[in-house]
Design a protein around this ligand. Structure first.
Ligand code: PDD
Length: 282
């Protein structure tokens, strides 16, 4: 497996970073995960835009343009067989000689990229799609969840709650009992034919799949779609719940906190949404 680290390509076994890297000490960095099927990436430009926003939010100065990233990714895909690959991009603030919360402005960021195998492209077929069983709990993360930070301890602890109960994801709600997102996905609900997802703010990641799905539904379907606050009461009585993320695309949730969602199986609107996503994602 070939990786990219700080200007060089090498086998993963040869990659070295300092334990004084602020990414290691503080989780001081950001990342992206881009899916690629047979050499074709999904949402590349949007992932690049979010990466730039994250770097700006953290004041990490990185002298690398989109063409450079694209070049690195193409080399990695060539080296690693161009199948179904997730591309992980990671930029940390860089290495220091001592551990200190304060950081100098002139650090050289650490840039790391690798690929990993992912399942075949999701399909709009109820008999083939993986279905999700989830539990819910109050969102215990920080107030800047819109930044795709590598500091994911809150997400990991939430995910663990689900894992212990043999669940595949965890839905999160804020102190006002409003849905935010899931531990590693955005969330959509369908009630009486209307699709809704929480509006973008500091409580959730601006998911690329969420963004693309909203665009696709508005452009290619007549289905009504809202970005609005959604109470957990409404989530519990929804006909359908979907998770969205780069690897899952649109994934149906069939059980929430031990109770069936709608009929307890994949819904008809999910089928339409995933079919439209498959047709228009490139
Ligand atoms: N997870 N919300 C959170 C908290 C996430 O971690 C992710 C992605 C999403 C969906 O975003 P997108 O559609 O851009 O993938 C929402 C990634 C894939 C991960 O951490 O592996």
């Amino acid at each position: 497996n070939m990786i990219y680290l700080n200007g060089q390509f090498m086998p993963i076994e040869q990659a070295r970073i300092s334990p004084m890297d602020r990414g290691f000490l503080f989780g001081d960095g950001i990342y992206e995960v881009i899916p690629s099927y047979q050499g074709r990436m999904v949402g590349f430009a949007l992932h690049m835009a979010r990466l730039k926003q994250g770097l700006a939010a953290l004041e990490i100065r990185l002298d690398m343009d989109t063409a450079r990233w694209q070049g690195i990714i193409e080399q990695l895909l060539d080296a690693n067989g161009k199948g179904n690959l997730g591309i992980y991009l990671h930029v940390s603030r860089g290495m220091e000689t001592r551990r200190a919360h304060a950081y100098p402005d002139n650090l050289e960021p650490t840039v790391f990229a690798f690929t990993f195998e992912i399942p075949t492209e999701p399909v709009a077929d109820a008999s083939k799609t993986p279905v999700f069983r989830v539990v819910s709990e109050q969102d215990k993360r920080w107030k800047r969840c819109n930044i795709k930070s590598t500091a994911l301890l809150g997400n990991i602890m939430h995910y663990r709650t689900g894992q212990k109960r043999q669940m595949n994801e965890v839905l999160l709600f804020n102190e006002a009992n409003e849905l935010t997102e899931a531990a590693s996905c955005n969330v959509f609900v369908v009630t009486q034919g209307r699709i809704a997802t929480p509006p973008l703010d500091h409580q959730l990641l601006p998911g690329i799949t969420r963004h693309m799905l909203l665009d696709i539904l508005r452009q290619y379907s007549e289905l009504p779609v809202d970005e609005r606050i959604i109470s957990m009461d409404e989530v519990r009585s929804a006909d359908e719940i979907w998770l969205t993320s780069s690897s899952k695309e649109v994934a149906p949730v069939v059980e929430l906190d031990g109770k069936p969602v709608g009929q307890g199986k994949t819904g008809p609107i999910w089928q339409q949404a995933q079919a439209l996503f498959s047709a228009h994602k490139y």
